[in-house]
Design a protein around this ligand. Structure first.
Ligand SMILES: Cc1ncc(COP(=O)(O)O)c(C=O)c1O
Length: 334
């Protein structure tokens, strides 16, 4: 535990956007069903409802933007520019933040919307964002830079928010979430080990959790990032890099609890946003047994990873499993 670095984190500037703390709620029916199906006792399952951060329909991006957009970052800024796919949750929350903060917003979206915009694509427009469509992911950064130059030529100042707000600064929002979770877990009866499952793509969420848990000295935890698209190797290196960047900002000398981190790319299937049988089953189980809406791109696959770990026996029945619900449910209505 590094008290000084934790103090720096808790007093770090942030723009208040999220409704915090988010609920930590038991998924007792799901746990019971899994145990019954295996014919043996199973672990406890709890869900950290970051789908309910509230702002702009919630999800994990709200916490990252709270630190990424914090003062003095926005001094003189007139526009936010960011990027993502047509159903991007990050674009949705960034557009909401721009509207709330009285700023213009341009979203560089890779991939055209076919037919009437629905789900997040509809909400991007509802929040007043200007949409610039590009052909593929490689065109995103140059297009954002060009948009920023256009804003400057018109006398304004743009802040480019990188994909997913996944920088060391954005990750600090999730290091704070780790402290919030620690307090909530401290109120529950002890279990032998805590597992944390979370969806990962641009890895800022996973990196922030790793950093926060490292600052708390929680090497006993098993932190599992389940990929929506990236390889396990890239996930590990991106996560360690971003957590390291965040650690530098806090002057946290470490160590990062690298051995506690597991990166799992076995649920990606045919690729980003393409449902799998396992993600479909996970969405159905969470819906029917817990009244919780998962999404097909991120949380459905992360929950499938959690179920696979429990069913394989990797998780001991005496353990507690925390599923971080990172949101994304508007994409279900696309
Ligand atoms: C709903 C949802 N869950 C998880 C993630 C993954 O988070 P990160 O990009 O920080 O790895 C994202 C963002 O891409 C998301 O929108």
């Amino acid at each position: 535990m590094n008290a000084q670095a934790i103090d720096r984190l808790t007093s770090w500037p942030r723009v208040r956007l999220a409704a915090l703390p988010t609920r930590l709620t038991p998924a007792a029916n799901l746990a019971r069903q899994l145990a019954a199906a295996s014919g043996a006792a199973g672990p406890e399952i709890v869900v950290k409802m970051d789908a309910e951060t509230g702002f702009g329909l919630g999800g994990n991006k709200v916490r990252k933007l709270e630190t990424f957009l914090a003062p003095p970052r926005l001094e003189g800024v007139t526009h936010l520019i960011t990027t993502g796919g047509p159903q991007s949750n990050h674009c949705r929350v960034t557009a909401a933040a721009a509207a709330y903060l009285g700023l213009g917003c341009t979203l560089v979206v890779n991939g055209a919307v076919v037919g009437e915009p629905r789900g997040n694509a509809l909400i991007h427009r509802l929040f007043g964002a200007r949409i610039r469509t590009v052909g593929d992911r490689s065109e995103r950064t140059p297009a954002m830079e060009e948009e920023a130059r256009q804003v400057a030529r018109a006398g304004g100042k743009a802040l480019v928010v990188p994909l997913g707000a996944s920088t060391g600064l954005g990750a600090l929002g999730y290091a704070m979430a780790a402290l919030e979770l620690q307090l909530q877990l401290g109120q529950l009866p002890g279990r032998s080990r805590t597992w944390i499952f979370v969806s990962a793509s641009s890895c800022g969420t996973l990196a922030g959790l790793l950093l926060g848990l490292s600052m708390l000295g929680r090497e006993d935890v098993r932190l599992v990032g389940v990929s929506a698209d990236v390889t396990a190797g890239d996930m590990r290196s991106d996560t360690l890099r971003l957590a390291g960047d965040g650690a530098k900002m806090l002057d946290f000398k470490g160590p990062l609890i690298e051995e506690a981190l597991e990166t799992d790319d076995s649920e990606v299937g045919d690729g980003y946003g393409i449902p799998t049988a396992a993600s479909g089953e996970a969405i159905e189980l969470f819906g029917k047994l817990e009244g919780i809406v998962l999404d097909p791109v991120y949380t459905g696959k992360a929950a499938a990873g959690m179920l696979a770990h429990i069913r394989s026996g990797a998780v001991d029945p005496r353990d507690r499993v925390v599923f971080i619900h990172t949101g994304g449910h508007p994409a279900l209505l696309a």
